[in-house]
Design a protein around this ligand. Structure first.
Ligand code: FEO
Length: 384
């Protein structure tokens, strides 16, 4: 696949994977992208997951024919991109491996390269001339690991963005970019908003027409859409008005309250998303909480604590710096309902959270009093 006349796509689709990075369900698979830039000198950008060694090397050979690559540029040492460095060097031993000081330190931790391997250590904003393509390396620490760098090719106005602007899903499956890019971003880089903001600032100074990420499609049109999404996500601003109700219910009584609240809110014209935390994809639930400006947490009291999936969910939010939102509570407990206090405590260190005044407390089942407090909560959440 041609990205441009000189940039060829040599990545692979993974439909064998069950969990990406050992935890994220990827029902539509995953891509590991790699590119070849063909000029007077030839550069290969990153490798792919270990399972796809043969397919990836065949893709490179199909592009190169009898020519040999001069450089293997490693933007990120996570194994989904670096696992085939040694396999590549067995085929192309004269290639110079390009990375920064941290890249090579990590490479030594994952595997030992033969002392004869040629290495080029680059610095932040350092350049590498391939011919008319001049590559500039921009360090992007913690997007998503400390050694990450992105690469700008001024000839084709292409930004090789490493994990940034990636998404879940293989390239041979049609699906919406926003939802799976949000789930990927919030899940994987959500904690590092400040570092992503720095990268966006550096990218703003560049003339970019193409974004070549390490996962997901090459982006060639309407780049402002993707950049705006990244700006919103990495600055922890809500993406849209709307109320997510995340519930953890045992016998259906807490669920009933959550559904009643959802109906009331919808009657009043709010966009509402209901999520059963025990049964839905946790990464999607966390990403949805970041998508909307208001969150209702509904949990049973359990072992003097809250239901385990609710604890996992709130931890998923706080470890990703959840902030700048309104949060309300529904709690249930037959003899000592304390879930609201526990949930509020778990969010105590989160920045700029406004807690709703109305708390819905259920003692076992929804009754007239609970219905009344649900109505009051709906009114409070819909008040402008
Ligand atoms: Fe796609 Fe951070 O690796």
């Amino acid at each position: 696949m041609n990205v441009t006349k000189d940039i060829q796509y040599v990545g692979v689709n993974d439909h064998k994977i069950d969990l990406f990075e050992g935890q994220y369900a990827v029902p539509n698979g995953m891509t590991y992208n790699s590119y070849v830039i063909v000029d007077d000198k030839i550069a290969v950008m990153d490798t792919v997951d270990i399972k796809f060694k043969d397919e990836w090397l065949a893709n490179i050979a199909a592009v190169l024919g009898d020519r040999k690559p001069d450089y293997l540029i490693i933007q990120h040492m996570e194994p989904d991109h670096s696992a085939n460095i040694k396999n590549f060097l067995e085929i192309y031993p004269d290639t110079t491996v390009v990375g920064n000081a941290k890249t090579f330190a990590m490479m030594n931790q994952f595997f030992q390269l033969d002392a004869s391997v040629k290495r080029l250590t680059v610095t932040d904003k350092g350049t590498l001339e391939l011919g008319k393509h001049v590559l500039t390396f921009l360090f992007a620490p913690m997007v998503h690991w400390p050694e990450v760098m992105v690469t700008y090719d001024s000839a084709d106005k292409a930004l090789f963005s490493a994990d940034a602007f990636g998404k879940f899903g293989a390239l041979d499956v049609e699906e919406d970019w926003d939802d799976e890019a949000r789930r990927y971003f919030i899940g994987i880089v959500g904690k590092y908003g400040m570092q992503v903001q720095k990268l966006l600032q550096a990218a703003a100074a560049l003339d970019i027409e193409i974004i070549c990420p390490l996962h997901g499609p090459v982006l060639t049109e309407n780049l402002n859409h993707y950049i705006e999404k990244y700006d919103i996500w990495s600055s922890y601003r809500p993406e849209r008005e709307g109320i997510m109700i995340a519930y953890a219910s045992i016998y259906g009584n807490t669920k009933q309250a959550a559904e009643l609240l959802a109906a009331k809110l919808e009657e009043k014209g709010s966009k509402v998303v209901l999520a059963d935390l025990a049964r839905e994809d946790m990464a999607k639930c966390v990403a949805d909480a970041f998508q909307y400006d208001t969150l209702v947490l509904a949990s049973v009291t359990y072992n003097g604590d809250i239901f385990p999936v609710m604890k996992t969910f709130i931890h998923g939010l706080t470890e990703r710096s959840y902030q700048n939102r309104k949060v309300a509570f529904i709690e249930n407990g037959t003899w000592a309902p304390t879930a609201k206090k526990t949930m509020e405590g778990l969010l105590a260190k989160s920045k700029n959270i406004t807690f709703a005044e109305q708390v819905v407390t259920i003692r076992s089942a929804v009754n007239a009093g609970v219905q009344e407090s649900i109505e009051k909560l709906a009114e409070e959440l819909c008040a402008k």
